[in-house]
Design a protein around this ligand. Sequence first.
Ligand SMILES: *Cc1c(COP(=O)(O)O)cnc(C)c1O
Length: 410
Amino acid sequence: MTWQEEAGRDLVRSFGERMALFVRGEGSYLWDADDKRYLDFLAGIAVDSLGHAHPAFVEAISTQAATLAHVSNYFATPPQLALAATLKRLAGTGDAGRVYFGNSGAEANEAAFKLARLHGGAERPRILALKDAFHGRTMGTLALTGKPWMQEPFLPMTPGVEFIDTTAEALEAAMDDRVAALFVEPVKGEAGVIDLPEGFLAAAREITERHGALLIIDEIQTGAGRTGEWFAFQHAGITPDAITVAKGIGGGFPIGALITFGAASELFYPGTHGSTFGGNALGTAVAGAVLAEIERAGLVHNAAERGAQLRAAILGIDSELITGCRGRGLLLGVALRHPVAKAVVSAAQEHGLVINAPNDETIRLVPALTIGDVEIDEFIALFTAAVRTVEDALLLETSSEISDRQGAPA
Ligand SMILES: *Cc1c(COP(=O)(O)O)cnc(C)c1O
């Protein structure tokens, strides 16, 4: 039996067909079972911040596993306390911040949803979220996710969430004193790497504050330095009431967190939330080591610089198909003229490049924050080859359509 047949038989069908069987990785490279090498510009969907098998990651996981992995939240451990302090410092909460640990992005957003309900109580049953933003796949976070097609098979949703257009005017029109919170995804990654309109976060801060609603920013994909700041909200110079993080902070180890600012830090009280695994010594030691390495190696700055370099190189590719590049830092979305993103992903894979298509007209690039000239040059060569392959196929299609229409023999 081939691995594809095995996967088809044994794995849940909620994911499409697996594209490859990867057996090992190192830095920005992956190897499949046939020992074919791939340049990885997906990094496990913005998760592998340090690339694969980074010595700091390996060392932290090995040492902590040999010391103490898990004791439950009846107790504290040194790596947990250290990571909470680090996250507060990087997010800029000051003393009045607190951290709740979970094991994924969805769990971080579930905690944020409960935070919003605790803040809202009976007087503020409304929660606002942005159309097209993605917040997770659990029932609570799906209710926050403004994609009707994702919700549809699972109706009814948890009530109270309303979706608005991503403009200050729409927010102002929807807002009143019965709103508990506004959820914002600062770059809509899953929707196709869509940037917020200029000034939106500042307006959102002002409007939510005026009405006593929480501003909760989902930094699950944008956090941990990816956009060229530790967190994307920091580009706007605002202070939110809470942010959620996951993906990149663990560098491949599953961990998520809700970080609260100011008065929002006092909303949870004993018994209101919890998680067995959340914040265990192993996970927090690894995330602590990943963040320490991002800091030591200046990878937030690298994300900003390499992001600009990568964007310029992409826009320099001579191609009819590429129409632009969205996003920030090393969270980039290459916009295509035709709905052929899936074909570009397949062609890239043939050429030994791993990328992904959040929709039919966008290629998402979220490489490790460690990339340099070598990876960028190789990416441009492989990506250009993949784009050419698809352009050639499109030309063939167009010419055969023309000859079909002219009734010419095939
Ligand atoms: C990935 C993602 C989530 C969900 O995280 P999981 O770890 O898959 O549960 C939520 N919000 C955003 C913005 C994400 O990118």
